[in-house]
Design a protein around this ligand. Structure first.
Ligand SMILES: Nc1nc2c(ncn2[C@@H]2O[C@H](COP(=O)(O)OP(=O)(O)O)[C@@H](O)[C@H]2O)c(=O)[nH]1
Ligand SMILES: [Mg+2]
Length: 238
């Protein structure tokens, strides 16, 4: 009888231990679970920042050839952390950030040849274009220039921020080389253009603009757009 009791205690302890291990592993490694926890954090932040009045929706379109670093940059902008690798984007990728009454969607449309034809379809709803270039890929810079100028022809007014990414690499072209390769002089003066060197896997030393600075600049620009919209259509008194 005592032996049976001991055996059931041992089995009970083993089941409890196994249950704890499975619970910890589920929390830590199941991707959906991680997403759910991140979402819960986002919803709390949304309630704190937007309260009862909904935040205004703003969109930043993040484009560039495949492999330039768009997903890595979106990840860094939305989480303030960098990651060492990322899987290629098949189609679209989005992340949201909140900024004093604005809910900003960062929308990446993939940069492979078949997806580039869809880029222009997203211009109507967007407020800023971020164009990401791989500063080490000198062979495809000509193609990047062609795609950038083709895109800009369809959106004469949108502000443009060009990110010369992968500045952490020794073989990266300089910012002035990138500016020349992309013929940015052709659009300077016609619209607001900013060109910054970045690294999405590095903490911002060595000539790159930290992605936190990029985020602040984008937020500031979107707040200015909001202000000018409000000035154009002032609220009617009740
Ligand atoms: N060295 C370096 N690698 C980067 C940087 N940004 C992205 N990568 C790498 O470049 C590859 C493509 O990045 P990804 O963000 O998927 O590019 P996307 O196709 O434009 O979305 C991945 O292996 C990234 O880890 C960077 O700033 N420096
Ligand atoms: Mg991607």
């Amino acid at each position: 009888m005592a032996a049976l009791r001991n055996l059931s205690m041992v089995i009970g302890a083993a089941v409890a231990a196994l249950g704890s291990v499975l619970f910890i592993a589920w929390n830590r490694y199941v991707p959906g679970r991680r997403r759910w926890r991140r979402r819960a954090g986002y919803e709390l932040e949304y309630r704190q920042q937007c309260g009862q009045d909904n935040c205004l929706d703003r969109q930043i379109l993040v484009l560039g050839l495949d492999g330039a670093g768009k997903s890595s940059i979106i990840h860094a902008l939305s989480t303030n952390t960098t990651r060492s690798s990322s899987a290629p984007t098949h189609g679209f990728n989005t992340a949201q950030i909140l900024s004093q009454g604005l809910r900003i969607e960062l929308l990446e449309v993939g940069g492979s040849q078949n997806l580039r034809t869809y880029w222009t379809q997203y211009l109507k709803k967007t407020h800023i274009i971020v164009f990401v270039v791989d500063s080490t890929d000198d062979i495809r810079l000509q193609l990047a220039r062609h795609e950038l100028h083709r895109l800009l022809e369809e959106s004469p007014q949108l502000p443009l921020m060009v990110l010369a990414n992968k500045q952490d690499c020794k073989c990266a072209l300089t910012i002035s080389d990138i500016s020349a390769e992309l013929s940015l002089h052709r659009i300077q003066g016609l619209r607001e253009v900013t060109l910054l060197g970045t690294s999405a896997v590095y903490d911002g030393h060595g000539g790159s603009t930290s992605l936190q600075t990029v985020r602040s600049m984008l937020e500031e620009r979107l707040h200015k757009i909001k202000e000018s919209e409000e000035n154009k259509s002032p609220k009617q008194p009740l």
